[in-house]
Design a protein. Structure first.
Length: 293
């Protein structure tokens, strides 16, 4: 039996991981009262609680806009917490898989982002997550950092669920069309994490480093919104008009990367993974939610 310590168990990926974990895994997902990422002593105590087979670091401060005014809280959870996790993992000889984000990039690249492209976060959230990446890299040799983007699932709060809710409330929606990325299923991320963790547990010499995982293909937010309603239409879901607008007409406290497209070539070559097309992955989520009404 493999004992896995999971932070962020109540988040989208953490929830999916507990639902989809392989036979033989015993996932421990302590709540904040038992493991508080903003408290290094709490992190160290959780890692010392038993001999873990691996650690999955999926917990984070993810309120992107609120982070602009809660800088210390964001850095504690996104950088200090992972630093404590990675240090404790290294001392215990345990591999760690850490989830990160497209927000470590500024979005100015015209093509797909590679793992070795220069990071240049444009907000507190991205900067704190990049700090967490550096902490993981420098503290624990047996690590995999998995960057992802535009995460959606039937659980928690996300763009897909927001669109379905607003579609019931409003006849017309205005959605940004000048930010491009890769809509990605939390369940698919969880399956990728399982694959990577299994490899790390089985092989002490397994490749470490930074990788990207997103579903195949790309879209802008407006295209994504329209696909959501198209997939929900057969279930009688309301079909609001979706108007394309520029980012300048939808100001937010935190700037978003205009380009969040992440290349998965390195992950595919190293771990043999083949991400599904985003339309297939997100349609599955839409249909599940639409059936629930």
């Amino acid at each position: 039996m493999a004992d896995i310590l999971l932070t962020g168990g109540s988040g989208q990926v953490g929830t999916a991981l507990q639902r989809l974990s392989p036979p033989g895994w015993n996932i421990h997902a302590p709540g904040r009262a038992q493991l508080d990422l903003s408290d290094p002593d709490s992190v160290v105590s959780a890692v010392a609680a038993r001999p873990w087979s691996a650690i999955v670091s999926a917990g984070a401060y993810t309120a992107v806009d609120t982070a602009e005014s809660e800088v210390v809280a964001a850095w504690r959870a996104n950088a200090l917490g992972p630093a404590a996790l990675a240090e404790a993992a290294a001392k215990s000889g345990v591999p760690i898989v850490h989830l990160s984000t497209d927000y470590v990039f500024d979005g100015s690249k015209s093509g797909w982002y590679l793992e070795d492209d220069p990071v240049a976060p444009i907000g507190v959230y991205g900067a704190s997550k990049e700090g967490g990446e550096q902490a993981i890299r420098t503290a624990c040799p047996r690590h995999v950092i998995l960057r992802t983007a535009w995460v959606v699932s039937p659980d928690g709060g996300n763009f897909l669920k927001t669109m379905l809710r607003l579609g019931k409330e409003r006849p017309a929606l205005r959605v940004v069309d000048d930010q491009r990325g890769c809509p990605t299923s939390a369940a698919d991320i969880a399956e990728a994490v399982c694959c990577v963790v299994e490899r790390l547990m089985a092989d002490a010499a397994a490749p470490a480093g930074t990788y990207h995982f997103v579903n195949e293909g790309e879209a802008n937010w407006c295209e994504f919104a329209r696909s959501i309603f198209a997939d929900a239409a057969p279930f009688g879901w309301p079909q609001p008009t979706v108007e394309a607008i520029p980012t300048s007409e939808y100001p937010t406290p935190a700037r978003r990367p205009a380009n969040s497209r992440l290349s998965t070539a390195r992950l595919c070559a190293t771990f043999g993974l083949r991400p599904r097309p985003w339309r297939t992955a997100t349609r599955e989520i839409v249909e599940a939610l639409a059936r629930q009404g």
